[in-house]
Design a protein around this ligand. Structure first.
Ligand SMILES: *[C@@H]1O[C@H](CO)[C@@H](O)[C@H](O)[C@H]1NC(C)=O
Ligand SMILES: *[C@@H]1O[C@H](CO)[C@@H](O)[C@H](O)[C@H]1NC(C)=O
Ligand SMILES: *[C@@H]1O[C@H](CO)[C@@H](O)[C@H](O)[C@H]1NC(C)=O
Length: 681
């Protein structure tokens, strides 16, 4: 029996020894994670936690309503054989980056748990640790140090946001402290958990004294504060700790309070020596998560958008300001092409702009003859010169260069019966021609304007002088200058009258611009209905003879005071011819003159006029001869063949009405500019 008893005793002793040995072998756990790269197998992840590629343990990111847990994969033994909790210590470095759209939340815990995960744990205030139903249940067997960033989710407890609490089976903390450390002067310094900076925690439990010390501080301090934030007697831990416990972290975000929770490094030890957990070497930890991710948040997007928009808007504002300044300068300044630079007759646009008061409406003195005419005055040191600026917008700038070349020579034309062309200026699509300002207006208005300034009709003497003056001007263009210049648009509105009632022919050569500038494959006829020689409608070739034709019409017009055509079938040349045939040629003289005219001069002028507008160009005299006739240096020959032309013939050829003209020439009309027009064929 004694033997049997001793056998049983031996058996129990053996069991005890084996257990004791096993216990001794497995009691202590020691680990250190300087980052979690490559340690995935040692960390049991659940929920939304993950280990990032650069080795950070991320418990949650900043999406809403997340819960994540991470536990050391093996259980630790925190119970002694005589039922006391053994000493343990742990240290970790964490970072909380709150979402930029809110204050962040909810927080994370360091947890002792009987399981390596937290099944059914909820997010938000349950911190991924517990849920609504098991909160406070003693069967939970969880102890958690909570790092909570949300203020007062329950009535009385957790009133302080940014606090640390000691929790036993419940999310209501038994002990809680605002987050702070004691500085070297022993003063308490509060700081924020969710600041995005690395924060280190030391948690030391001393088994014999049942004291839990907690120190928390930003790693930037460099060294651990000597005084712990919390030093608490926690006998209650014994009710929690079971034979096998798991150590790890839980974290959660709320619906509209979310932070990313990271653990950068973690060490743990349950060796009986106090504060035995290996010290983390901060420079060996992975780099802390940057706040860059923050900008990807909703708020970040909005901010980025606002920044982008602001930038774009300010750039656009600056650009439009620059553009406005540029445009303003452009209005006054010009960009010159190479060929424009070395021309003595080129004017600066800025000068013209100033001279005409910015091309103001009230400076317009005429409209027609291809463009608008502005009066201006150019201030020079000695005096201010009156100028007329004609602004032309050609339908193409193609011919402008050639035209300008021509102006350069036209600018040298000097004759008392020509409007002096001072120069030119090209600006954008406009060509500006600068002439001497002639004060009395044009012949057109002198002949026809009802209440003339003087109140009287243009006297015969004035008329005859004007006729002779125009002839002299035209003669100069045709024969006396170094080159033959065809005017192409002789008509009363192009004859300006100066103070001395001296006529000055303007717009010479201008029609050419349109002939050249228009559609390159078509031959273009430029002129004014009523003044165009019949051959122009056939071959479009302007010549001195076609100028003479127009002069003839002008001459008849000066004498008779009648327009060359009307809307019907009237043609001035035919009408005068018929009067002549019936021996009543003086019946063509302007009746407003009464008897106030020189009969002989009138007969002469009418005869020359008829001769000049002969429908056959070879019968028309040259301008030199015209001048001799008018000066009575030569007798006017009898007109032959003139009567052979029928009235309708004239109407067709001279353009009494546009549609028949159109049909006759088989062409289409491309432009009617005031009274001048261009016809392409
Ligand atoms: C429990 O046992 C440990 C050694 O295993 C000893 O250090 C400790 O003092 C004991 N505690 C009590 C209360 O007996
Ligand atoms: C806890 O802190 C107190 C006060 O600073 C100190 O006396 C004690 O030794 C600490 N205990 C541990 C386990 O660190
Ligand atoms: C921490 O790590 C760095 C670099 O790995 C090393 O130079 C330094 O000596 C370490 N510090 C400690 C206290 O071990």
């Amino acid at each position: 029996m004694g033997k049997a008893i001793s056998m049983v005793s031996l058996f129990f002793l053996l069991i005890f020894l084996v257990r004791a040995q096993r216990a001794a072998a497995e009691t202590t756990t020691d680990f250190i994670f300087q980052g979690f790269k490559g340690k995935e197998s040692e960390i049991q992840l659940a929920g939304d936690s993950t280990i990032t590629p650069n080795g950070l343990l991320r418990l949650t990111d900043r999406d809403s309503a997340l819960a994540g847990t991470a536990f050391y994969h093996k259980p630790v033994r925190l119970l002694n054989s005589n039922s006391t909790v053994v000493s343990f210590s742990t240290s970790f470095v964490f970072v909380i980056i709150h979402s930029s759209s809110n204050n962040g939340g909810f927080g994370f815990t360091f947890t002792l748990s009987p399981t390596p995960n937290r099944r059914d744990a909820e997010s938000a205030q349950y911190l991924g640790l517990l849920n609504e139903r098991n909160d406070g249940d003693p069967r939970n067997h969880v102890f958690a140090v909570e790092f909570d960033t949300v203020q007062g989710f329950k009535d009385d407890t957790n009133r302080i946001g940014n606090h640390i609490g000691l929790n036993f089976n419940s999310l209501s903390s038994e002990v809680q402290e605002p987050v702070a450390y004691y500085n070297t002067d022993g003063k308490k310094e509060e700081f924020q958990l969710a600041s995005g900076e690395p924060i280190q925690v030391y948690l030391d439990y001393d088994g014999p004294t049942k004291t839990l010390n907690l120190t928390v501080y930003p790693t930037r301090l460099g060294s651990k504060p000597t005084t712990p934030l919390i030093s608490q007697h926690v006998p209650k831990l014994l009710e929690i700790v079971q034979e096998e416990m798991f150590v790890g972290f839980t974290a959660a975000t709320g619906k509209d309070k979310s932070s990313a929770h990271y653990v950068m490094g973690w060490s743990f030890s349950d060796r009986p020596v106090a504060a035995a957990a290996a010290t983390l070497n901060l420079s060996e930890l992975p780099p802390p998560p940057t706040n860059k991710a923050k900008k990807r948040g909703d708020n970040g997007k909005v901010i980025a958008l606002i920044v982008a928009l602001t930038t774009v808007i300010s750039i656009m504002l600056v650009l439009s300001l620059i553009f406005m300044i540029y445009k303003r300068r452009l209005q006054q300044e010009e960009i010159l092409e190479d060929w424009e630079i070395d021309h003595p007759h080129r004017f600066r646009y800025r000068d013209l702009y100033e001279a005409t008061d910015g091309f103001k409406e009230n400076r317009v003195v005429g409209n027609g003859g291809f463009g608008t005419v502005y009066r201006g005055s150019i201030e020079s040191s000695s005096s201010s010169d009156q100028i007329a600026v004609k602004k032309i917008t050609p339908n193409s700038m193609q011919g402008v260069r050639e035209f300008v070349a021509e102006i350069e020579s036209l600018g040298r034309l000097r004759h008392k019966n020509l409007v002096n062309l001072q120069g030119w200026c090209k600006h954008g699509n406009d060509l500006l021609l600068i002439y001497d300002y002639v004060p009395n207006g044009c012949l057109d208005s002198l002949l026809y304007s009802k209440p003339r300034r003087s109140g009287a009709v243009l006297s015969w003497n004035a008329r005859f002088q004007i006729a002779k003056g125009v002839a002299a001007g035209l003669l100069y263009l045709h024969e006396e200058w170094e080159k033959i210049v065809i005017h192409r648009d002789v008509k009363p509105s192009n004859v300006l009258i100066d103070e001395d009632m001296n006529p000055r022919l303007g717009d010479f050569g201008l029609a050419r611009l349109y002939e050249r500038g228009s559609l390159s494959h078509t031959n273009v006829v430029v002129g004014t209905i009523g003044y165009m020689a019949p051959e122009l409608t056939r071959n479009g070739n302007s010549s001195s003879a076609s100028d003479v034709f127009a002069f003839g019409v002008l001459l008849l017009e000066i004498v008779s005071g009648r327009k060359p055509t009307d809307s019907g079938s009237f043609f001035l040349g035919d009408w005068v011819m018929e009067l002549r045939a019936s021996g009543e040629i003086l019946g063509a003289v302007d009746p407003r003159l009464g008897s106030g005219y020189d009969e002989e001069e009138a007969r002469l002028a009418l005869a020359v006029g008829l001769l000049c507008c002969h429908r056959k160009m070879e019968y028309r005299p040259a301008m030199g001869m015209v001048q001799r006739y008018l000066n009575r240096d030569e007798d006017v020959p009898e007109i032959e063949e003139y009567s052979g032309s029928s009235r309708s013939d004239f109407r067709l050829k001279c353009g009494g009405d546009v549609s028949s003209f159109d049909r006759a020439s088989g062409s289409s009309l491309t432009r009617i500019s005031s009274s001048s027009f261009i016809s392409a064929r």
